[in-house]
Design a protein. Sequence first.
Length: 360
Amino acid sequence: MGILDRLSPTAQFIEVIEWLDDSSNTMLYRFPVRDQEIKNGAQLIVRESQAAVFVHEGQIADVFGAGRYSVDGGNTPILSKLGAWKHGFNSPIKSEVYFVNTKQFTDLKWGTSNPVMMRDTDFGMVRLRAFGIYSMRVADPRELIKQIAGTNAQFVTEDIEGQLRGMLVSGFSDALSESKIAALDLASNYDELSRFSRTKLQDDFKALGLELTKFVVENISLPQEVEAAMDKRTSMGVIGDVGRYAQFQAADAMRDAAQNTGGGGAATGAGLGAGFAIGNAMAGAMTDAMKQRGATVTESGGGAPAAAVAKCVKCGAAMPAGSKFCSECGASQAAAKCSNCQQGLKPGAKFCDECGTKVG
């Protein structure tokens, strides 16, 4: 290759190595250098939220943070790593520059593709589905290149999201089981569960050169049958006294039937029939309630009167009202009369109120 070839439009005597990221998902970008030959005098510009990784002869030579670097003095960080430039512009040394985006990649989605099994104290074994968002950043550019990116010219978040999603679901499932939070209390513990899961997942992300900066559980849903059981339990708690609730429902139904005056004919008959049926049901419910109330009052010693009691007309012994003969003396309980004046005697009287004759 002659000097004229080196003066072609595609060749540069002094290169400016920089990367202006116009995307929102690029994690790593390899700067395109002709024949992987970095020229003496090249300028490296690294911006904030970036890191530049120099790979020299197949090995990572160094990582540079934000700033400007030059390959031309013999005492710069780059030159000390890349060695002397003995061959000038026609250098046979192959070097590459990788720019790594160290900003946070936010609003990444995660979710359970299949239900997660959990043992719950109230419902036994239940299947849960969950989803949320997470954020991450590159914490170690060296490990990112070694473990994930390799020699790719460009590496974006979509290239690793599948793997990360699997790690997140696995870690979340483990954290959910270890937390032992009851299914009924999950909604009030999203923040605690998110922090616990993030802590458990950090080591897995670190091994890839990444940092999990945020992990958010947005929703955990239960199977339909479990949600239906929870709704029933909530309804029963709201209803309270089932007997009073039945009376209230019967009264509402009678009111609705009475207001439904339209339809005529069969509709009116059906409405009346329903009204009578509901009325009977309501009467039965009220009767049962009254019986229950009466039984309660009797047991407590108040309210309901005792059976009527009378006294024998002869000996005055207590006996049930309406008895024809005394169980003590056997005397007839027919109305007694005075043997002298035939005036009616009061029960148990020993003398006649009219003539004073002694009752025999």
